[in-house]
Ligand binder design. Sequence first.
Ligand SMILES: [Zn+2]
Length: 293
Amino acid sequence: MIAHHFTVDLEEFFQVAALESRVPRSEWGHFESRLAAPVAQLLDLLASHHAQATFFVLGWVAARQPELIRAIARAGHEIASHGWDHARVTTQSPVQFQVSIRRTKDLLEEITGEPVWGFRAPSFSIVRGREWALDLLINEGYRYDSSLFPVRRPGGGYGYPAGLSDPHWLERPAGGLVEIPPTTLRWCGMRLPAAGGAYFRLLPYGIVQAAFRQSEQRGIPGTFYIHPWELDPAQPRLAVAWHTRVRHYGGLSRTTRQLARLFSEFRFTAVRDTVAAIAASRGRPPEVAAVCA
Ligand SMILES: [Zn+2]
């Protein structure tokens, strides 16, 4: 049975990109953290299924709650980087991006004593034209990226339609790294987002289920993602436009139930195992190369 990747983007409810017009970074320090309860719930869920996960942690959070990050690492999970302050790559200069990924990696390694291999851009914001970010990740010692969402999303701030659907080795001018794209559902010649987050809360469960079944049929692990605030239906509601309200606050009360079902049907593990396997075979494992051809 394939073990899929269970990933968590570890950020506070007020740090979401969709809410940034309401909560400028200068006000983040005024909010109380609501991470403890949903993170404990996730750790319990993972432990009860003997599963491991990858937590992509915001440097801003790690600087204020190092003990929380240590507790996650002590439970056997992988700690990876989500950048420092949730700035999207589309808003950063290469220098700003480099400072953010270096600072976050250094801090997380200092807190856990373990090397940080992975990075996921806030809002999957490595888009066409921003591939220089992949080179900077390689230069800074990262071994994998999980930011290229291989979907076409008109007008959206993310989506990398030219990307491959499954984990693969990526050659760049600066060297190589492994890419771990979020799972998509293949349907009528299209690739639809089906990896978690709002898609998991708002769409029928069967869509995510079908996407992971398709991954299994290809013999490839899929990649699921969720945020702690998605397990927190009591979080304070911010005044945002109706479509943001639906996308951000819709289905929060279903997340726990849906996760229980997901764990009853699929096995999960951390991303690092797949990365090690792909890197060890010099980036071209026959089974992955065949699927991506
Ligand atoms: Zn995020």
